[in-house]
Design a protein around this ligand. Structure first.
Ligand code: WTA
Length: 673
C-alpha cells in the first residue's frame, strides 16, 4: 500500500472536544512547560492528594552540570503522598466507587469475564497489602512479581505501593533463570506468581522455579477459567511447604482496609529491569511524585481520555508500557480499562477486533509488530466487528513503518481516528515524543513532537547542537517528572556520566558542555528533525535490538550462546523481519575439533529460550569458522549485518585481519536464511 499523503490532519470531531485542540494550543502549553516547569507541574499536582504539600520553592531542583557537583534531579522535595491512595481512595472519594476500573477478558472468549469497580479494587488491594504485611514486608522491601495478565497483577502492584514496598515485575515470558537473576539482583524478599497462564490453545506453567525464593504467594489461575479444559492441566504444580502459600487462602481472613504508608516524593516506587548494552539487565528505578504526575498527564493528554471512555492497552504489565499505561496512568485518571490475558490469534485472527467491539473500546494502544502480524490476514477479520467507538489508536515499542501506519489508520481507524506514535523508554517513565490526538497533524512513521516538559536536542558528530533540520544524537537538556532515578546498584554511573560511555557517541558528547543530559543510558538513539520540525527516530547507536517490541542487547544473547561447551565464540546481529521488526541472526564459531550440526543449533535455541525467554529465540544460527575481525580484534558487525541480509555491498573491509572470511561466511549462509 503506497503512502498516499505525507500528512494527515486530525479529525475535526476529535479536535473539537480534545483537551488540546490545536497545534497552536499545544505550542503555547509546551513553551510554558519549558519556561517554568515548576509552575506548570505544580498546577498538575493540585488534582492529587499530598499528605505533606510540596514547598513551592523546592518544586524542582536539579543539576545537569557535572562540574558543579553530582547530577541530580529532585521533584517536589519535602512532599509526601501515596500512589495507591491517589489511584484508588481518592477516586472512590470523588464518587467513582461504582465505576469499573478493569474489565478482564480471558484467553478464551467463553472464559468468565470479570469487572472490578474502583471500590472493590481498593478492598482487594488493602486485603493483599495486609497479606504482605503479615509476611513481614515493610516499606523499602523489594517484592518480585511474575504473573500473567490477570487482575491479581495490578492488585499485587498496588498493594506494594500502598505499604511502600518496591515492586520489581519480571515479564512472565522471561524464563525462570531470568527471573532468578533479577530477584537476586534486587534482593527480593518475596515472590508473587501464579500456577500458570492461558495462551491460545495451551496452558503455560509459571511455577517451575526451584531457585532461591524465600517466600512465594501463588495465584491459582489455571483451573478457574470456565469452561476449563481441565484435561490440559496437570494436577500438581511444584510446591514447597513453609515457603509457598496460595493467594486465595492468604486473602481469606484479611481486612479490606489498610492505612497507606506516606512516601517521600523521591522514595522508590518500583524497579524494572531493561536490557543494557553490556548484556546484563539494568534495574531502572522510578520514584513517587514525579512518576505520578507524568504517568497521569501523558495518559490523559496523549489518549485524550474522557470520563465514559473505555481504554485498552494490549501491552503486558511486565513491560514499562504496562506499568505506566495499564496501571498507573489510567487509574490516576479514574479510567476504565480492559485487561486481556490471551493472544491476537486465538481462537481466530479477529480476536483484538472482537474485544474492541465487545467492550466498545474508545482508545486502543498496541505495538507495530501486532499490527503487521494482523495485516497479513487482510480486512476480512476486521470487517466482522463494529469498531466505530474508536477515537485514538496508539503505537509503541518500535518505529511504525508507514505501511502499517496506513493500514491501522484506514482499516482500524476508518480514517476517523488519530494515531499516536508514542516514542519513549523504560527510563523516561512515559511518552516523551508523540503526537497529540486533537492537535498534531500526523506524518506516518514520525513520533512528531515532544510532550510537555521534554526538551529534545540533536547533536552532530562534533557535539554541536543541530538547530532546525538535520539528523544527530538525541539527548534531552531539561528534566521532566518521569525521569528515572539513578540506576539501581549503580550510582556511580549515574546519568550524565553514562552518556560518555556509549562508545560511538562519546567523541561527540565529550565535546559538549556537561549541561546536556540524556535519558538513554542503555539505549542511545539517533533522530532526524525535518523541515516542519517533526522528529523521526532513526535508529540506535549501540548494539541493541527490538524483537516484537521487546528490547534486548546482542551481548545478552551472545553471553548465553558462548556458555555452550562446544561454542568458542559467537556474534549476534539484528536483521530486519517483516513481522517482528527485527530478529536475531547468530554467527557461531565451534571449538576446535567440534562439528557444527543440527543438534548444536537446537541446543543453542533451547538455551536462549531457557535463559532469556521464548521471545529471544534466534531466527538463524549460522556456522562461522571465523569472524570478521579488525587487527585489533574488534568484530566488524556492520559486515555481519550485511551477510545476514545477503547483501554483497559490504563496504571497505581493508582493516580486517583476514578478508577471506567474508566470502566464506557468505558461502556458509544456511539455505533457510
Ligand atoms: C523503541 C518501551 C520508535 C526504541 C516504551 C526505544 C520506539 C525502546 C518507539 C525502548 C516509537 C519505543 N518509535 N522506537 N514510537 N517506542 N521504541 O525501554 O528503540 O522497553 O529506545 O520502552 O523501544 O524500549 P523500552
Amino acid at each position: 500500500m503506497p503512502a498516499e499523503k505525507s500528512i494527515y490532519d486530525p479529525n475535526p470531531a476529535i479536535s473539537q472536544n480534545a483537551y488540546i485542540s490545536s497545534f497552536e494550543e499545544y505550542q503555547k502549553f509546551y513553551q510554558e512547560s519549558l519556561d517554568n516547569p515548576a509552575e506548570f507541574w505544580s498546577r498538575v499536582a493540585k488534582q492529587f492528594h499530598w499528605e505533606t504539600p510540596a514547598d513551592p520553592e523546592k518544586f524542582l531542583k536539579y543539576n545537569f552540570n557535572i562540574s558543579k557537583g553530582p547530577i541530580s534531579i529532585k521533584w517536589m522535595e519535602g512532599a509526601s503522598t501515596n500512589l495507591c491512595y491517589n489511584l484508588l481512595d481518592r477516586n472512590v472519594r470523588n464518587g467513582l466507587g461504582d465505576q469499573i476500573a478493569y474489565y478482564w477478558e480471558g484467553n478464551h472468549p467463553d472464559d468468565y469475564s470479570r469487572g472490578l469497580t474502583y471500590r472493590k479494587l481498593l478492598e482487594e488491594v488493602c486485603r493483599f497489602a495486609n497479606v504482605l504485611k503479615d509476611h513481614g514486608i515493610r516499606k523499602g522491601d523489594r517484592v518480585s512479581i511474575y504473573m500473567p495478565m490477570i487482575l491479581e497483577l495490578p492488585i499485587a502492584m498496588l498493594a506494594c505501593a500502598r505499604i511502600g514496598a518496591v515492586h520489581s515485575i519480571v515479564f512472565a515470558g522471561f524464563s525462570p533463570d531470568s527471573l532468578a537473576e533479577r530477584m537476586f539482583d534486587c534482593k527480593a524478599k518475596l515472590l508473587i506468581t501464579a500456577d500458570g497462564a492461558w495462551r491460545g490453545e495451551k496452558p503455560l506453567y509459571l511455577k517451575e522455579m526451584g531457585h532461591s525464593v524465600k517466600k512465594c504467594i501463588v495465584v491459582s489461575h489455571l483451573k478457574r477459567v470456565t469452561p476449563c479444559p481441565l484435561d490440559h492441566v496437570e494436577e500438581e504444580i511444584p510446591w514447597t511447604d513453609d515457603r509457598d502459600y496460595w493467594w486465595h487462602e492468604e486473602m481469606e481472613d484479611k481486612e479490606p482496609a489498610c492505612y497507606p504508608e506516606w512516601m517521600d516524593a523521591e522514595d522508590p516506587l518500583f524497579m524494572l529491569y531493561t536490557s543494557g548494552s553490556t548484556g546484563k539487565p539494568k534495574g531502572v528505578l522510578h520514584t513517587t511524585a514525579g512518576y505520578l504526575l507524568y504517568a497521569a498527564t501523558t495518559f490523559k493528554i496523549v489518549f485524550d481520555y474522557k470520563p465514559g471512555d473505555i481504554y485498552w492497552c494490549t501491552a503486558d504489565v511486565g513491560w514499562i508500557t504496562g506499568h505506566t499505561y495499564v496501571v498507573y496512568g489510567p487509574l490516576a485518571n479514574g479510567a476504565t480499562s480492559v485487561i486481556f490475558e490471551g493472544t491476537p490469534f486465538f481462537p481466530g485472527n479477529d480476536r483484538y477486533w472482537s474485544v474492541i467491539d465487545k467492550y466498545k473500546v474508545t482508545q486502543f494502544y498496541t505495538a507495530p509488530t501486532a499490527i503487521r502480524a494482523l495485516m497479513k490476514f487482510g480486512e476480512g477479520p476486521v470487517l466482522k466487528h463494529n469498531l466505530s467507538g474508536l477515537k485514538v489508536l496508539g503505537s509503541v515499542g518500535e518505529p511504525i513503518n508507514p505501511e502499517a501506519w496506513l493500514w491501522y489508520y484506514k482499516y482500524i481507524g476508518k480514517e476517523q481516528c488519530s494515531i499516536v506514535d508514542t516514542f519513549w523508554q523504560t527510563e523516561t517513565g512515559g511518552h516523551v515524543i508523540t503526537p497529540l490526538p486533537g492537535a498534531t497533524p500526523m506524518k506516518p512513521g514520525s513520533a512528531s513532537s515532544p510532550f510537555f516538559g521534554v526538551k529534545p536536542t540533536l547533536l552532530d558528530e562534533c557535539g554541536i547542537e543541530i538547530k532546525g533540520e538535520g539528523e544527530g544524537y538525541l539527548v534531552f537538556s531539561q528534566p521532566w517528572p518521569g525521569n528515572d532515578a539513578p540506576l539501581y546498584n549503580n550510582h556511580e554511573t549515574f546519568r550524565g556520566h553514562l552518556l560518555l560511555q556509549v562508545p560511538q557517541a562519546s567523541t561527540a558528547l565529550a565535546r559538549v558542555s556537561h549541561e546536556v543530559w540524556t535519558a538513554f543510558h542503555c539505549d542511545f538513539k539517533r533522530a532526524r528533525r525535518d523541515a516542519d520540525g517533526y522528529l523521526w527516530i532513526t535508529g540506535r547507536v549501540d548494539d541493541m535490538l527490538n524483537v516484537s517490541g521487546h528490547l534486548m542487547s546482542t551481548a545478552e544473547v551472545e553471553s548465553v550462546l558462548t556458555e555452550h561447551p562446544r561454542v568458542a565464540e559467537s556474534a549476534v546481529v539484528s536483521r530486519p523481519h517483516p513481522v517482528k521488526g527485527e530478529c536475531l541472526y547468530c554467527f557461531i564459531t565451534p571449538n576446535e575439533n567440534e562439528v557444527f550440526d543440527q543438534k548444536l543449533i537446537s541446543d543453542l535455541k533451547k538455551m536462549v529460550r531457557e535463559r532469556i525467554g521464548p521471545f529471544a529465540m534466534p531466527d538463524v544460527i549460522q556456522n562461522a569458522p571465523g569472524l570478521p575481525k579488525t587487527r585489533s580484534g574488534k568484530i566488524m558487525r556492520r559486515v555481519l549485518r550485511k551477510i545476514a541480509v545477503n547483501d554483497r555491498n559490504v563496504g571497505d573491509t581493508s582493516t580486517l585481519a583476514d578478508e577471506q572470511i567474508v566470502e566464506q561466511l557468505f558461502a556458509n549462509r544456511p539455505v533457510e536464511a
